[in-house]
Design a protein around this ligand. Structure first.
Ligand code: ATP
Length: 272
């Protein structure tokens, strides 16, 4: 009998309750009873209103945050501590200002004990792959926002993680740079087909990139309220795919679920 293949990442019935920042006696349940899987080789995006708990879920998947209840499995094995099979690309700037671009890209290899010459060779190769060949000696403050994101991408991918976790990686970029980077990520993903869990505010980006889009409700007690298979052909160009009638259809269907939650999230933020 053929054994079913375990998902690359499986969040099972996750609830995350935090101590309130304003009142240490109060509790805030950001995420409640959330189950979410990413199959090996699958590109899954999670969209939801601002502050609903997207980063919290990603942190749980990365093993940076232990859920209050529920469990995380990677390739069928229970996760405890940091998820060593995952690479994490953060939302903000995560480069070390005192290191050159190359030394930033190789930082993870160094911390993992890779010999320096090997790390430098891999670093140079990855810098070329993300379009930063020739910029190895630049420091973060000498690079544009797009270049810094490219360096962060190389820093994440150099260790060849089986699961890639991305938290709004391109939200700070202008639209043209953003689309270029999205296409580059898709090219790299098509070549290696790793599991990706991608967090974004941007529904267009989610549809253009993904195999599946999961919609989260507004908090508290955020949980998935919709799941859509994105049956657009690949390879895709993120700018061109938006003009396909199927894209527009999918957008309308997902927005119908997301809209109400975005309004709720916005109202909550105004009250806070
Ligand atoms: N360590 C913590 N302690 C207390 N509250 C927290 C903590 N981490 C997150 N929260 C709260 O949990 C909720 C979800 O936060 P999270 O950052 O996961 O949302 P998000 O959907 O990623 O937000 P955004 O869309 O703005 O990036 C927020 O209300 C946040 O204030």
């Amino acid at each position: 009998m053929i054994q079913p293949v375990a998902p690359a990442l499986s969040l099972k019935d996750i609830t995350c309750t935090f101590v309130s920042r304003d009142d240490p006696k109060a509790r805030y349940t950001a995420v409640a009873n959330t189950t979410l899987t990413v199959a090996a080789g699958e590109f899954v995006s999670v969209v939801g209103p601002t502050g609903c708990g997207k980063s919290t879920l990603l942190n749980v998947g990365a093993g940076l945050l232990s859920p209050s209840t529920g469990a995380v499995e990677t390739f069928g094995e229970l996760l405890s501590g940091i998820n060593k099979r995952a690479g994490y690309m953060f939302q903000g700037e995560a480069l070390l200002p005192w290191r050159s671009a190359l030394d930033n890209v190789t930082a993870g290899c160094e911390f993992a004990g890779m010999p320096n010459a090997q790390a430098q060779e891999a670093g140079r190769l990855w810098m070329k792959r993300v379009g930063l060949g020739g910029f190895e000696d630049r420091y973060p403050h000498q690079m544009s926002g797009g270049m810094r994101k490219r360096a962060m991408l190389a820093q994440t991918l150099i260790r060849d993680p089986d699961i890639i976790l991305m938290d709004e990686p391109f939200s700070a970029l202008d639209i043209q740079t953003r689309q270029l980077m999205e296409n580059e990520v898709l090219d790299l993903w098509m070549a290696k087909r790793k599991a990706v869990l991608f967090i974004t505010h941007d529904l267009d980006e989610a549809i253009a990139m993904s195999d599946r889009v999961v919609v989260l409700s507004a908090g508290p007690g955020t949980h998935p309220i919709g799941e859509f298979t994105i049956d657009l052909p690949r390879p895709r160009d993120v700018a061109e795919v938006r003009m396909q009638p199927r894209f527009v259809e999918l957008h309308a269907a997902i927005w119908a679920v997301l809209r109400e939650e975005v309004l709720k999230g916005y109202a909550q933020q105004k009250r806070a």
